[in-house]
Design a protein around this ligand. Structure first.
Ligand SMILES: NC(=O)c1ccc[n+]([C@@H]2O[C@H](COP(=O)([O-])OP(=O)(O)OC[C@H]3O[C@@H](n4cnc5c(N)ncnc54)[C@H](O)[C@@H]3O)[C@@H](O)[C@H]2O)c1
Length: 253
């Protein structure tokens, strides 16, 4: 059965992507650092009659990523699609970031993408498969206060283009989706952490989307739809593309 590995499948965008790929007929390996969250995603899908399995994986750990791939192969014997989606926001501008925070942001968001891609690529080459990264609009344009996170997402953008160049002739396509502000546990916790109270939290959420031509937050299923497009034959003549899904933020003034 055609198989997809989705990292960060326990929450937000990854959970929506896992569901969207399952609806499209793929067996979905739901990987997450939070094992019980991944198990919840997989259980929801299997209850609805889809093929899904959960594994614990830390994408920043080479051994754990290798185990994730091994468990996928034990399950279905193949990997056709990988969605390297797991990531974490680490806030801070240049003068407030510690070296530890910088390294952590790079480790999860950039090294994690590298380790995932390197572990799945031999299997994607067998199938003529696809790899889709979750980058971010902050990997393409500046935003205040997220220097390390945006540098890490910039690395993901560059890695997408590099891997597309290296593997196109061998039948593997590599693209990325670059979401703008999407309401997920990741984005909510970022604003919760600095809000004085509920009213301030809501006011801050509103302030973010004031800059968006389509003036509302994005949803995880809206990102998942584009990921599905990039991961399947629907996008068969596309590789090395970074597709913003951002309510017009980057291109409309
Ligand atoms: N939400 C947004 O506004 C937004 C915007 C642009 C990009 N993104 C990116 O989208 C991706 C998904 O974000 P989300 O908003 O769904 O976040 P989320 O916090 O809801 O989900 C992220 C998931 O990744 C998992 N994870 C974190 N570190 C991990 C690790 N080392 N190994 C394995 N799993 C790990 C978490 O446990 C969590 O389940 C991330 O790469 C994020 O940077 C999000």
């Amino acid at each position: 059965m055609r198989t997809a590995v989705v990292t960060g499948a326990g929450s937000g965008i990854g959970r929506a992507v896992a569901a969207r790929l399952a609806f499209d007929g793929l067996a979905v390996l739901c990987a997450d650092l939070n094992e019980s969250a991944a198990a919840e995603t997989a259980a929801e899908l299997t209850r609805a009659g889809y093929a899904a399995r959960a594994v614990h994986a830390d994408i920043a750990d080479e051994v754990s990523v290798a185990a994730m791939v091994a468990q996928t192969l034990e399950w279905t014997g193949r990997i056709d699609i990988c969605i390297a989606n797991a990531g974490a926001m680490i806030e801070g501008d240049l003068l407030s970031l510690s070296l530890e925070q910088w390294n952590r942001a790079l480790e999860i968001n950039a090294t994690g993408a590298f380790l995932t891609a390197r572990a799945v690529m031999p299997h994607l080459l067998v199938q003529g498969g696809t790899l889709v990264f979750t980058a971010s609009t902050v990997g393409l344009a500046g935003m205040k206060g997220v220097a390390a996170y945006s540098a890490a997402k910039g690395a993901v953008v560059a890695l997408t283009r590099q891997l597309a160049a290296d593997y196109a002739a061998r039948g593997v396509r590599v693209n990325a989706v670059a979401p703008g502000a999407v309401r997920t546990p990741l984005s909510e916790s970022q604003f919760r952490a600095r809000a004085r109270d509920d009213d301030d939290f809501e006011a801050q959420l509103k302030q973010v989307i004031a800059r968006y031509p389509i003036s509302r937050w994005g949803t995880a299923p809206e990102i998942a739809e584009v990921v599905l497009f990039l991961a399947t034959e629907r996008s068969s003549w596309m590789t090395g593309q970074i597709i913003p899904v951002d309510g017009g933020l980057l291109e409309v003034r």
